[in-house]
Design a protein around this ligand. Structure first.
Ligand code: ADP
Length: 633
């Protein structure tokens, strides 16, 4: 079968290789770029929403803790104004005698103990401390001039004095609440309560909260982290610094700025601050970012700031980004694998389809060829039938021809036959006439002799006609004969003669089947063996060879003797009817003629050879019968 080249044609190399090359060159960098891009987007989204969530949470914390700070501060708001009601205080301010002072000192000491404030003291309008709760202490405020304090200056003007500062006496920080004491609409002195707010810082530390409170100057006055304390959250000009230093509000502490590395305002009061690594505020190796949420504290010019560290969020966002990148890489890998698999399946399907198509074509062609073969088989069968018919016709014609040939031969022989028969008839007529006369004369012996001769002549004539009748008989030209059996039968027929001579018989042939009637083969062999025996009559050591060989679909049997041979003149007439060299009644001269005719009638041949060693050899050639006859096609 021829394969259809279209079915298996490969794609042209330029078309097949280029896209693959492009894919292999650009796909990995593209995937890596997309991994990085998507990873960053994942990181950004995670951070953004994380900050938002932290912000919401932080807002609640901010509110909670800011309120706690407000309540802590407001607790003492009205305490200084209560001293207005105390008559001993107004007496002291009006008349500052040691008795009056002592009375107020005792009163303030008791009040301070009960209110758990740091100190309570009373100043006159010049700013001198007239009485104080810590009058017993070595670093007592008693007699100190605190007129430079802003809270005094505000309070003496009738305004509420709110002030966070570091004590000039003992350097202790505190929240000062001052109130101008009025009598008859006139300010006679100032009452001050100093409060410690460090308890709040401890509370924040315990809650692991990072928070601070910055005052009206932007200075951190309270912080969960002591390192941030007294740092400025806003840039301070040299002039401001000078002014603050002079006010001694923060004692002599240097007011450094809390300098973030980066500051990003997210919304009002919400910032993202990044502090550099290994700074005095950050002991870590890496920069730290905070979400800073600030809210003003009511009744004060202060701000409360809550710092939420963003490292965990950032780490989480990085993890999310990596996760997104890895997920994308996995998806891309799965997609590529799926695509490759799809292509493999598609190729397999295409190959299977091509194979199926080729198979279908093959089957179609086989079906066509089978139909053709069946048709040609039918034609051949028809031809075989025709040939058989023709063969039959031919055989019949051949038979007819043989028969006609035989009859023609007999016709040709008719003159000879007539001559052969007329002679004995003429002799019979003469002999019978003579016999009648001899009988009349009484010569019975002679008559008897004549009658014997007449008998012999009749026998001869009978034999001639029998031979001719046998020859002319129709229908004996077919059949099969066994050569061995025919030879045995012929030898048996000549049995007496064979036994009476010292004949040496050489049998060298196979017991084959030949195509001739068994009787006719025996007839031929009887003739040939008889002639050989006749020729060897004078031979003291007669030898007869029966040699066979298969040749070209025929079997040749050579019947050779070491008799007298045939002279040159006789050789010319051997196969002529009635030619004989045998004396008297011994030969009819029909044996070879009829044998040759019988052999020819079955497709065979009878020939003669004259061996140089002497004697004669007759070669009978007959068609071999195949034991397994093949059906002719
Ligand atoms: P017949 O035997 O009646 O003579 P054949 O036709 O058989 O007739 O033989 C014709 C003649 O051929 C014989 O008379 C003989 O002279 C010669 N002939 C046949 N066979 C042999 C033989 N084997 N050797 C010598 N001569 C033979």
């Amino acid at each position: 079968m021829k394969c259809d080249p279209n079915l298996y044609r490969a794609a042209s190399p330029s078309l097949a290789v280029k896209p693959r090359l492009v894919r292999h060159l650009f796909l990995p960098p593209l995937i890596i770029a997309m991994m990085i891009g998507l990873g960053y987007i994942g990181f950004w989204i995670s951070e953004h929403y994380g900050i938002r969530s932290l912000g919401e949470n932080g807002q609640r914390q901010l509110e909670l803790h800011a309120r706690a700070v407000e309540s802590e501060i407001s607790k003492y708001t009205y305490l200084p104004s209560l001293l207005e009601l105390e008559t001993s205080v107004s007496q002291l301010l009006a008349d500052p005698t040691p008795e009056h002072r002592q009375r107020v000192n005792d009163y303030l000491e008791g009040l301070n103990r009960r209110s758990r404030s740091r100190a309570i003291y009373v100043m006159d309008t010049t700013g001198r401390v007239m009485a104080t709760s810590n009058w017993r202490d070595v670093d007592s405020y008693l007699g100190e001039d605190l007129s430079f304090r802003a809270y005094f200056q505000n309070a003496v003007r009738g305004q509420p004095g709110r002030f966070y500062g570091i004590g000039s006496t003992n350097g202790e920080p505190g929240y000062y609440l001052a109130h101008g004491l009025e009598e008859h609409g006139k300010i006679i002195g100032v009452a001050v309560v100093k409060v410690r707010l460090e308890a709040m810082e401890e509370r924040w530390q315990r809650a692991r909260l990072e928070a601070f409170v910055s005052d009206e100057n932007g200075i951190i006055i309270l912080s969960s982290d002591p390192a941030r304390r007294l740092k400025s959250v806003v840039p301070l000009s040299e002039e401001t610094k000078e002014k603050l230093a002079r006010s001694l509000q923060y004692y002599w502490f240097p007011l450094n700025e809390l300098q973030p590395l980066a500051r990003e305002t997210l919304s009002e009061g919400v910032e993202k601050l990044t502090f550099p690594a290994n700074s005095e505020l950050v002991s870590d190796d890496e920069n730290i970012s905070y979400l800073s949420q600030t809210r003003p504290l009511s009744d004060t010019p202060w701000n409360f700031t809550l710092l939420t560290p963003l490292q965990d969020l950032r780490r989480e966002a990085i993890n999310q980004g990596i996760l997104v990148a890895v997920a994308f890489a996995l998806c891309a890998f799965l997609l590529i694998a799926w695509n490759e698999r799809r292509k493999v399946i598609a190729t397999r399907l295409a190959a299977r389809e091509a194979l199926q198509e080729a198979n279908n074509q093959l089957e179609r062609r086989i079906a066509e060829r089978t139909t053709d073969l069946r048709a040609s088989n039918e034609r051949l069968k028809g031809q075989i039938r025709e040939r058989r018919h023709a063969e039959e016709t031919l055989r019949r014609a051949q038979d007819e021809l043989v028969q006609a040939g035989k009859l023609a031969a007999i016709g040709q022989m008719s003159t000879s036959i007539a001559h052969e028969l007329n002679q004995p008839l003429a002799a019979l007529r003469t002999l019978s006439g003579n016999t009648v006369r001899f009988l009349e004369r009484g010569q019975l012996d002679v008559a008897s002799t004549n009658l014997k001769t007449i008998n012999e002549l009749i026998d001869r004539m009978g034999r001639i006609t029998a031979s001719l009748r046998s020859f002319a008989r129709r229908g004996d030209d077919k059949g099969q004969a066994c050569l061995g059996k025919a030879v045995d039968a012929a030898l048996q027929l000549h049995g007496a003669r064979v036994e009476n001579t010292p004949l040496q018989l050489h049998r060298h042939f196979e017991a084959v089947q030949v195509q001739i009637d068994q009787t006719r083969l025996e007839q031929i062999l009887v003739n040939l063996i008889g002639n050989a025996l006749d020729a060897m009559q004078a031979q003291p050591q007669p030898e007869l060879w029966l040699e066979g060989e298969a040749f070209d679909g025929k079997y040749r049997l050579r019947v050779r003797d070491n008799g007298h041979g045939i002279d040159a003149e006789a050789r010319k007439h051997l196969f002529e009817p009635f030619f004989t060299t045998k004396p008297g009644e011994q030969g009819l001269g029909l044996g070879l003629t009829l044998s040759a005719s019988l052999a020819a009638a079955t497709g065979g041949h009878l020939g003669v050879e004259h061996p140089s060693s002497g004697g004669t050899a007759f070669v009978l050639s007959l068609p071999l019968v195949s034991l397994t006859p093949a059906e002719p096609i």
